[in-house]
Design a protein around this ligand. Structure first.
Ligand code: ADP
Ligand code: MG
Length: 336
C-alpha cells in the first residue's frame, strides 16, 4: 500500500501546525468603468489535518480566493494586497518558477467539472504520469506503478485497465476520483477542492465526500473545501468561512457556527437548505439577489436582503468581530 510517509512533509507535532495563513487578501478585477472587488480583505487559516469549508452563493469570491492562493489570477485580475503564508513562506514574494514547483506538488487543486480538467485525447495513465514525471522526476514505468497505487487509494477498481482508458470511458464520479488521485500524486500538504461534487448526483457526491474525509484522516492533509451548499459544510468541514460579495461574514468552528447562526445571511442559508425529513414542493430561497459587485450597496453588503437591517446597516460596513465563540460581521449580531 502506498504510504504518504515516504517523506517527512506530514510530520505532525503535538499541536497541529498551521499550514496556510491568508491575511487581508484583496483580489480585484479592473476594467474601463469599474473595479470589481472579488475578494476584499479576506483572512483565514488552515491547520494540518483540518478541513476548512468556504461557503457562499455564486459570485461571492470563493473561486477567486482559491485561485489567489495558487497565484493563478490572470489579467484583468490582480492581487492588490495581502499576505499568503504557506508553511512560513510568503507566496506573494515567490517567483513564477517557485510557484510552479509548489503548484500541483505541495498545494494542489481539484475543480468542479472533471470532464473539462481531463484531456480527452490522453489516457488516464498518461495524464496521471505527467505530474509524477514533472515534479518527482519519475521515469515512465515507475510513474505508472505509482499511478496504479493512487487509483487504489481513491478506490478505483481494476487500476491496470483504467490507466489504459480515456476519460470518456469513465463515469463522472470515476473521473472526479481520477482528478483527486492526480491532485494527491505528489503528497500535497494542502488540497483545495473547488465545488468538487457540484456536478455529481447525490449518491456519488456523498462517496466523494467520504473519500476526502478519509484522505484527511489517513494522511493529515489540510483541505480547503469550497461549496455553495451549507449541507455539505455541515458534513465535512471542521471550520467554516461564510463569504458574501468578497468578504467573510462569519468564520469559526463549524459546529458552533451552524448551531448558533448569529448572522442573518447564515440563518437564511440554513433555511434554504433542503431538509431530508420534510417533503417540500420547492426549495425556499433567500429573498432578493446577490448585488452586482460593480454597484455594491453602501454599508453592509447584505443589508438590502436583510430583515434586520436598519439605518446603520445601510450606511456603515460592520467589522468582522468576535461574538459567541466565532467571528461575525453584523451590526445586529449582539442583539440576536
Ligand atoms: P464564486 O464564489 O462563485 O466562486 P468567483 O470567485 O468565481 O465566485 O467570482 C467572484 C466575482 O469575481 C464574480 O462575480 C465576478 O464579478 C468577479 N470575477 C471573477 N473572475 C473574473 C474575471 N476573470 N474577470 C472579471 N471579473 C471576474
Ligand atoms: Mg466558484
Amino acid at each position: 500500500m502506498y504510504s504518504m510517509s515516504d517523506n517527512n512533509k506530514h510530520d505532525v507535532g503535538s499541536e497541529p501546525q498551521t499550514i496556510l495563513t491568508i491575511s487581508d487578501l484583496c483580489t480585484y478585477f479592473s476594467n474601463d468603468d469599474a473595479v470589481i472587488k472579488a475578494v476584499d480583505g479576506v483572512s483565514l487559516s488552515v491547520k494540518k489535518g483540518e478541513i476548512l469549508g468556504i461557503v457562499g452563493e455564486s459570485g461571492s469570491g470563493k473561486s477567486v480566493t482559491a485561485l489567489s492562493i495558487m497565484k493563478l489570477i490572470r489579467w484583468p485580475g490582480k492581487i492588490v494586497q495581502g499576505k499568503i503564508l504557506f508553511d512560513g513562506k510568503d507566496l506573494m514574494q515567490c517567483k513564477r518558477g517557485t510557484m510552479r514547483s509548489i503548484r500541483g506538488n505541495r498545494i494542489s487543486m481539484i475543480f468542479q467539472d472533471p470532464s473539462t480538467s481531463l484531456n480527452p485525447s490522453l489516457t488516464i495513465g498518461e495524464q496521471m504520469s505527467e505530474s509524477l514525471k514533472y515534479h518527482l522526476g519519475m521515469k515512465r514505468a515507475k510513474a505508472w506503478e505509482r499511478a496504479k497505487k493512487l487509483l487504489d487509494i481513491v478506490h478505483i477498481p481494476h487500476p491496470d485497465e483504467r490507466l489504459k482508458q480515456y476519460p470518456h470511458q469513465l463515469s463522472g464520479g470515476m473521473r472526479q476520483r481520477v482528478m483527486i488521485a492526480i491532485a494527491l500524486s505528489c503528497n500535497p500538504e494542502l488540497l483545495i477542492a473547488d465545488e468538487p461534487t457540484t456536478a455529481l448526483d447525490v449518491t456519488i457526491q456523498s462517496q466523494i465526500l467520504d473519500l476526502i474525509m478519509e484522505l484527511r484522516d489517513k494522511y493529515g492533509t489540510a483541505i480547503i473545501f469550497i461549496t455553495h451548499d451549507i449541507g455539505v459544510i455541515a458534513e465535512i468541514a471542521d471550520k467554516v468561512a461564510v463569504m458574501y460579495c468578497g468578504k467573510i461574514l462569519a468564520y469559526g468552528d463549524t459546529q458552533t457556527v451552524l448551531t448558533r447562526p448569529i448572522h442573518p445571511y447564515l440563518s437564511a442559508l440554513i433555511q434554504a437548505m433542503p431538509k431530508l425529513d420534510v417533503e417540500e414542493d420547492r426549495l425556499e430561497s433567500i429573498p432578493g439577489i446577490v448585488p452586482n459587485l460593480k454597484h455594491l450597496p453602501k454599508g453592509c453588503h447584505f443589508s438590502p436582503r436583510c430583515h434586520l437591517a436598519d439605518e446603520k446597516c445601510r450606511n456603515e460596513m460592520p467589522a468582522l468581530e468576535q461574538t459567541d465563540n466565532y467571528l461575525t460581521r453584523c451590526w445586529a449580531a449582539s442583539s440576536i
